[in-house]
Design a protein around this ligand. Sequence first.
Ligand code: SF4
Length: 165
Amino acid sequence: MDMKVTGTLMQSYTICKRQVWLMAHQIIPDQEHPFIEMGRIIDDNSYDRDKKKLHFENVVIDLVRSDKDNFLVGEVKKSSKAEKSAKMQLLFYLYRLKQSGIIAKGQLFFPEERKRINVELTETNEKEILNAINEITDIIDREKAPDFVKIPYCKNCGYREFCMS
Ligand code: SF4
């Protein structure tokens, strides 16, 4: 297992490979970008009654509830438009927990939409996560970032100024 891969990189992986490289190489996105600020506000205020953070290895999990043997980890997101990337991030956490001997289930929370989605690690999506980990590791190890290719997500991205200047 390559410890360079984080949940944030896994989330970016389904959106933009260039973003993966920029993040992994500590290039800081525009912190004043409205979508980054919105994420921070949601992160600070939503589902407070459940909120705890679990730190293990290089993983930080936003929300954890355990009830007897049921271990539930969750991720709070702004919008379900990026559901695939949020799901990959949560599956990555479930995979890492499994590697540490903890079998957990996951839930994605979209407080603005009052929506919750259950996420479970299966044999199929575990293979998908392993493939993604390998590809992310290859991207990080490149000397240069993948070339800029404009995609619809660019308008919401903190690296927009960086990529388009
Ligand atoms: S601005 Fe676009 S190309 Fe650049 S990192 Fe963001 S999503 Fe990727």
